[in-house]
Design a protein around this ligand. Structure first.
Ligand SMILES: Nc1ncnc2c1ncn2[C@@H]1O[C@H](COP(=O)(O)OP(=O)(O)OP(=O)(O)O)[C@@H](O)[C@H]1O
Ligand SMILES: [Mn+2]
Length: 270
């Protein structure tokens, strides 16, 4: 008679490391007691004082995202290597760890999502709020029609210096922040109009209707993307901003950083 170990034991054979997502102190200690086992802790803070720690800017709700982000960070920090076999332990249904996934580290599936959040000037929550807004706008469009939008996030002073107004700035004297539901409605409304939104590191809407005039020198973005994407990509080379672009023509949301396309998501997949 086979036991559960015969069936599920494979999950644990020839594992290179165990990745614990936000473990409790006692859980962490029990796992580190196992001989010859590399243990990596991933979480928003290193509350267990782990030797090897990868910081998450957010607790991703979606487990696949949480794991992908954690592993991308671990690869980035060289605490795991391409091809490593990993056991990832995380919580889905309770406060404690209740779910195990066996995952193979794959440097090629690098999405850039770690860089986007963890290595940007803007606050992770701000980056997340803008990304979510762009995805939502991509799903619904504006009054049923597909809509495009360009958000430039972070390093706003420099971005303002490399752009000019296309019209009067409706956010001129306001102190409103992205992520606020009312502000998101305004941003969606204004997305029908031309130009870019400029957002500060802390999420303040600095301006709408900006025409970006970055130098396009050394910018390498995929062929076939138009002026909005070129301007969005180029401003991130000229400044320390990131750009999140919703395409009106193909419906995809793209993020640029350092003049490069680093993330491409289909809003319909969310
Ligand atoms: N330099 C720029 N700064 C700010 N906004 C711009 C700039 N260039 C273009 N846009 C905006 O992008 C809109 C679409 O332009 P275009 O079709 O060339 O871009 P695109 O990259 O093909 O985007 P889409 O995929 O949405 O069509 C323009 O109507 C304008 O609002
Ligand atoms: Mn176009």
């Amino acid at each position: 008679m086979a036991g559960l170990d015969d069936v599920f034991g494979d999950l644990f054979s020839s594992v290179d490391a165990v990745v614990l997502f936000s473990p409790s102190g006692s859980y962490y200690e029990r796992v580190t007691d196992i001989e010859d086992l590399d243990v990596i802790v991933v979480g928003t803070e290193n509350s267990v004082g782990a030797e090897t720690f990868v910081e998450l800017p957010l607790e991703f709700e979606e487990i696949a995202e949480r794991i992908r982000f954690g592993l991308e960070g671990a690869l980035e920090q060289d605490v795991i290597e391409d091809g490593d076999e990993l056991v990832c332990a995380t919580s889905v249904f309770s406060d404690g760890i209740d779910t195990i996934s066996r995952v193979r580290a794959d440097a090629e599936t690098h999405t850039g999502i770690y860089d986007l959040f963890a290595k940007s000037r803007a606050e992770p929550e701000v980056v997340k709020a803008v990304l979510e807004l762009a995805i939502e706008l991509g799903q619904k469009g504006q009054k049923g029609k597909p809509v495009g939008a360009l958000f430039v996030v972070g390093d706003a002073g420099k971005v303002m210096n490399k752009s000019r107004p296309l019209s009067y700035n409706p956010f001129e004297k306001s102190h409103v922040h992205v992520g606020d539901p009312i502000v998101n409605v305004m941003l969606k409304e204004f997305s029908r109009l031309d130009g870019a939104f400029v957002i500060s590191d802390a999420g303040k809407i600095v301006s709408a209707y900006r025409y970006l005039e970055p130098s396009a020198e050394g910018v390498d973005i995929p062929k076939g993307l138009g002026a909005r994407h070129m301007a969005g990509g180029a401003i991130t080379r000229d400044t320390n901003a990131i750009a999140i672009v919703l395409s009106e023509s193909d419906g995809l949301v793209r993020a640029f950083k350092g003049g490069e396309l680093i993330l491409e998501v289909d809003p319909e997949a969310y």
